[in-house]
Design a protein around this ligand. Structure first.
Ligand code: ZN
Length: 154
């Protein structure tokens, strides 16, 4: 019975939080600007509705050349290829972003607390960042490949 009550409280806790965060989320979504007219429906769905592409679907998983990863919407430079690593998750992963490339917010969807990040320039969603990365930063930026544009170094 105690367990049951705790479950109910937990459930309410989450919904209260969504209610509190709702105006913020609405405000926040208004700041996302679609700039690139060539974006596909799937790209827009990820960038605006914060959906996630299928794991192992992005050709960028296997991208190992030197260069920079840009925002597929606004072309801002986000990651250097030197920060890319193979996380085995099926999404392009990086230990760090370029300084000032992203802004973050706490995302309580799916009943989990995760740190969502979005392009500091145009506001579109890119992925989530976790504290289990390799190397000195301990960060793992888990990015949707569809939000990125890779430009190899000449
Ligand atoms: Zn952008």
């Amino acid at each position: 019975m105690k367990n049951f009550r705790r479950k109910i409280l937990k459930l309410f806790g989450f919904s209260y939080l969504s209610i509190i965060l709702l105006p913020y989320n609405l405000l926040y979504s208004a700041t996302k600007k679609i700039i690139n007219p060539k974006l596909t429906k799937e790209q827009k769905n990820i960038m605006i509705n914060e959906s996630t592409e299928r794991p192992f679907s992005s050709p960028l998983n296997n991208e190992k050349r030197k260069g920079f990863f840009h925002c597929a919407n606004c072309d801002a430079k986000l990651f250097s290829s030197t920060a890319k690593f193979d996380s085995g998750t099926g999404w392009p992963s990086f230990t760090e972003s370029l300084p000032g490339a992203f802004k973050t917010k706490i995302d309580y969807s799916l009943g989990m607390k995760r740190i969502e990040y979005h392009c500091a320039n145009c506001g579109v969603h890119h992925g989530h960042v976790f504290d289990d990365g390799p190397g000195s930063t301990q960060k793992r930026f888990c990015n949707n490949g569809l939000c990125l544009l890779f430009k190899p170094e000449n």
